[in-house]
Design a protein around this ligand. Structure first.
Ligand code: 13P
Ligand code: SF4
Length: 384
């Protein structure tokens, strides 16, 4: 059947577009056939390809473009927004995400989102944070297995045990935790505000959970005594000072930027340390000739897109959890409205107090000290 025979006034391109939209929206079972790279899709996605041409080979674009097109159309039809973390691959981060950034930025964007549906292109604790902040919105995660070694290192029962052991000591939990854990704490923090959150409590001792290395890095920046937990990020714990020495030897003048989930000696050997957004902003502002981001692999690709004149050296470690999110499962998520993230209302209400307290910190507090490198190591009490 010639499609345009049934659609009076439309030309061939309009008919194809309508047929694609209809099939995207109504075909709740994703087609086993790959979507075709038609001339119309090539044209519609050309501006997006221009953006990522430096990091995605042309030959791969033909495989990505139809799904990107389909996601962007279906997103509009559903009234959904996609929140893309800095560790998403560039075709997700730059081509289908409505808001991008570090976990703090995404939490803020979730709270402000003018949409009924949020698709979290990130890991499960991020989707839970969105749901905590937006209990009336539908929050979807494209793969429920997208976890986090830090979030899995601690439970709500562990926090209750710590509160019994250290009565009256305020509890800060890193946003990389489950809703159960957040519900037990006084306030949350992220890697971009951990020092300021700890200091905002005006307490001589604070429990900061669950990342041993983040806690040790925060301890170098404050006189507050820190009690922490032996959780680690399986991606950042692998970096060593030897890696940095080798990088500097092979690339004289290179600027080394590290995430504060790295071990303290790696932070001390770097030129700058901060959250994923802090690293990205540093590169934008300073435009170093060459740089290395001591963090997850996709970060360099995403920052390179915005800083084409900076030469990125790319030894990195992949986060297997972040990499569970793909274009295909984002499309599937929008087609089937899966997987919906739900939290028991009583837990969500308590967790919301802690997340909202972090978001509501006054701008003057958040503008406080960032991580400095070359700090002497500081003591932290580790439990577990
Ligand atoms: P950011 O808060 O810096 O985005 O980090 C989140 C994360 O999971 C890092 O491993
Ligand atoms: Fe968790 Fe580390 Fe992966 Fe971030 S990079 S999601 S902290 S395992």
């Amino acid at each position: 059947m010639a499609l345009n025979q049934t659609n009076g006034g439309m030309n061939g391109q309009e008919v194809q577009k309508e047929a694609l939209e209809t099939s995207l929206f109504h075909n709740l079972k994703p087609s086993p056939e790959p979507l075709a790279y038609t001339p119309e899709i090539a044209r519609a996605t050309a501006p997006l390809y221009e953006k990522v041409a430096g990091v995605i080979p042309k030959i791969e674009w033909a495989a990505y473009a139809p799904t990107i097109y389909a996601i962007n159309e279906l997103k509009k039809a559903r009234g959904a927004v996609i929140l893309g973390h800095s560790y998403m691959t560039p075709e997700i981060y730059h081509c289908v995400s409505d808001f991008t950034g570090d976990s703090l930025m995404l939490a803020r964007k979730a709270a402000e989102a003018d949409a009924d549906i949020i698709v979290q292109a990130g890991v499960h604790f991020m989707a839970e944070t969105s749901k905590i902040l937006c209990p009336d919105k539908t929050v979807l995660i494209p793969d429920l297995r997208a976890g986090c070694s830090l979030a899995e290192s601690i439970t709500g029962a562990d926090v209750r045990m710590l509160k019994k052991r250290y009565p009256g000591v305020p509890v800060v939990t890193y946003v990389n935790t489950s809703a159960d854990v957040k519900a037990e704490c006084d306030i949350c923090c992220t890697s971009s505000n951990a020092v300021q959150v700890v200091e905002s409590l005006n307490a001589p001792r604070v429990i900061l959970l669950p990342d041993e290395f983040l806690a040790k890095n925060v301890a170098t920046m404050t006189d507050v005594e820190i009690i922490s937990w032996k959780g680690r990020c399986e991606v950042h714990e692998k970096f060593t000072v030897e890696d940095i020495t080798e990088l500097r030897d092979a690339n004289p003048g290179i600027v080394v930027l590290a995430h504060p989930e790295c071990p303290p000696d790696v932070m001390a050997a770097s030129d700058f340390a901060g959250s994923t957004s802090d690293m990205s902003n540093y590169v934008k502002q300073h435009q170093p000739e060459s740089a290395v981001l001591i963090t997850e692999c996709s970060m360099s690709d995403n920052v390179a897109v915005e800083n084409p004149q900076v030469d990125f050296i790319r030894p990195c470690n992949l986060c297997p959890h972040m990499k569970r999110i793909t274009l295909d499962n984002i499309l599937h998520s929008l087609q089937t409205m899966t997987f919906e993230v739900t939290i028991e209302p009583e837990i969500a209400a308590r967790a919301r107090v802690a997340v909202q307290r972090m978001i509501d910190l006054p701008a003057s507090t958040v503008a406080g000290p960032k991580f400095r490198i070359n700090q002497p190591a500081a003591d932290v009490t580790l439990v577990a």
